[in-house]
Design a protein around this ligand. Sequence first.
Ligand code: 13P
Ligand code: SF4
Length: 320
Amino acid sequence: MLKAVLESNVPNYKAIDLIESIQDLKKKLNAVILAHYYQEPDIQDVADYLGDSLGLSQQAQATTADVIVFAGVHFMAETAKILNPGKLVLLPDLEAGCSLAQGCPANEFAQFKATYSDHLVISYINCSAEIKAMSDIICTSSNAVKIVEQIPGDQPIIFAPDRNLGRYVMKMTGRKLRLWDGSCIVHETFSQRKLIELKLEYPQAQVIAHPECEEVILQYASFIGSTSALLKYTQQSPSQSFIVATESGILHQMQKLSPDKQFIPSPPIDNCACNECPYMRLNTLEKIYMAMENKQPEITLAENIRELAYKPIERMLAMS
Ligand code: 13P
Ligand code: SF4
C-alpha cells in the first residue's frame, strides 16, 4: 500500500496512508472519483470509474453520489457540474485546463458563429461552458462521426475547437465542416520521423492513434479511436505489440489489461515529456485527498450559462 507524507504546508500534516484516507473520505462524503486515462497510474487505481470523455459524462449523469471528485481537467469537471447542478463537483487543481478549451475564447467564437449564422454548431466537449452554451450539439472523440452522420446532408456545420478531429470527421463522413483552428498541444507533438523509425524497429507492432493527432501521424494508424476505443482495441486485437499515439498515461491501463502485450509510446518531436498532458498531470493523490478533506476547489457556474450548456450535452447523450 502506497505510503505518502503530506507536505508541511498542509495543516496538521502527518504521515498518512493517502489511499486509505481517500477511501475513508469517499464513504464519509458519499463521493465518487471519476478519472480520465491520462491521469497518473496511482490516481487511475484509486478511481471508482475510469473512462474517456463520453464515458465520464455518462457516469456523471448517472451517479447517485453527493460529491463528484473529478480527476481530469476543467472542462470535464465543468461538464459534470452542468449535468449535476445540485452536487458538489471538486477539481483537485483548478489550473488543470486544456489547450483546446483555452484556444477558443467565447468572444472570438461568438464572432465566428455570427459570420456563419446558417451553420449548426457541433463542439467537441474539450471547450468551456460558454462555448457549449453557444453550441447546438456537443460531441466527443468517440461519437463525433456518429453525430455528424445524423445531421441532414444539406445542413452546413461549424465544428470546433479541434481542427484535427474535425478533419478526421470530414474524412470519415465525406462532409465539409467549417473548422475552428484549434489543436491539442499533446497530440500535435508526435514526430512522423521517429514514428517511422519505431515502425522499422518493431515491424510487428500496430500503430494506434487518437483522432486529435495530425493527419501525418493518423495515416500510419491501423486503428483510430477515443481513449476507451484504443484500450478496447488493444485487448481484442490478436496483435502482441502496439505503438500508441496518444497521451502516455493510457499505457498504464493497456499494460494492466493485457500484461503480456507490448506497448510503445509514440515519441514526441523533442526529447521531452510532451506526450504527457501538462494539465492532466497537475492532479496528484495529495491534491485529491486535500480537495475531499476541504471540499474545495469547487466548480461553480452561472445558472444561465449552465442551462444553455446543458441542452447540447443532453442532445449528445441522446444521440450517442
Ligand atoms: P477521450 O478520452 O474522450 O478520447 O479524449 C481525449 C482527450 O484528449 C481528453 O482531453
Ligand atoms: Fe486538452 Fe490535449 Fe490535455 Fe486532452 S491531452 S486535456 S485535449 S491538452
